[in-house]
Design a protein around this ligand. Structure first.
Ligand code: 15L
Length: 267
């Protein structure tokens, strides 16, 4: 299998550059510019996701794609539009035309960030994005469903929580995703014969989880890491943060409270 990984220079891409070559031997990495620490001999194709001709060159000849590329936090509409909306459409459309069989789309918890923390949600809930970034992830999930349902592409959307070695605050105790557990989810998306269109939560085995990840478990996901092992450190870090009553109510945290004025408008 020839694999393409977009977003190679980002936080997750950088970690995957250390982890994936031990599992997959033929990997093409891509980003808008070449990462300075790219391993010697690693294949790299530079591409701006908003430019279809560059995306077409990037996907040529690959069997599967892990799409991490784009803008990974909240940003101005024009930035989200180019990198995440046009970029994700270009990625799937170019992949379809090139005959790519499987795509894993790195979506985000921010596609459902306006659910309150006291509500446990599965993968079949209505999306409730908390930001323009979250809206772009809902869009990407829809684009993936379209290419799966209409064109038979095998698509896995991973709603990534917080990718880190340890949970860094109280919110992250619920959404922590250890890199090794992400690799397990990616392998399911790339290799499991029954994948058609699936959404998984990108979360480790977290006692305080807000998400029902039974769909991932059905496909054999057995996370090995637990946020709870770091509870004391996460709560100590939380104590140093300023209060954020809106952010602390919703799952999306600071993404949910930023620009929030619903109370004022509804009064
Ligand atoms: C995300 O989707 C972001 O890419 C990441 O930077 C974190 O903010 C993460 O969500 C999170 O919610 O912690």
């Amino acid at each position: 299998m020839k694999l393409l990984v977009t977003g190679a220079a980002g936080g997750i891409g950088t970690r995957l550059r250390q982890m994936l070559p031990a599992i997959y031997k033929d990997i093409r990495w891509s980003d808008i510019t070449k990462p300075a620490d790219l391993a010697p001999g690693a294949e790299f194709v530079a591409a701006d996701l908003a430019k279809m001709n560059e995306v077409e060159k990037m996907v040529a000849g690959v069997d599967a794609i892990i799409h991490l590329g784009g803008f990974s936090v909240e940003g101005p509409w024009e930035t989200i539009l180019q990198a995440n909306i046009i970029g994700t459409y270009n990625l799937f459309e170019a992949a379809y035309r090139a005959g790519v069989k499987r795509v894993i789309f790195a979506t985000s918890n921010h596609a459902v960030g306006m659910y309150p923390r006291d509500e446990k949600i599965g993968v079949n809930v209505t999306v409730r994005p908390d930001s323009r970034y979250g809206i772009s992830k809902c869009f990407g999930e829809s684009v993936g469903a379209f290419y799966a349902d209409k064109h038979g592409m095998r698509v896995t959307c991973i709603r990534i929580g917080n990718f880190a070695d340890t949970p860094i605050d109280k919110r992250r105790l619920s959404i922590f995703l250890h890199p090794e557990d992400l690799v397990q989810l990616l392998r399911i998306g790339l290799e499991h014969p029954q994948i058609k269109y699936e959404i998984f939560y990108g979360a480790s085995d977290n006692a305080a989880a807000w998400w029902d990840n039974s769909n991932a478990h059905k496909f054999g996901y057995r996370p090995r890491h637990k946020a709870e092992d770091f509870r004391a450190e996460a709560l100590a870090a939380q104590d140093k943060l300023p209060p954020d009553p809106i952010g602390d109510y919703f799952q999306g945290g600071a993404f949910s409270s930023a620009e929030y004025d619903a109370d004022r408008r509804q009064s």
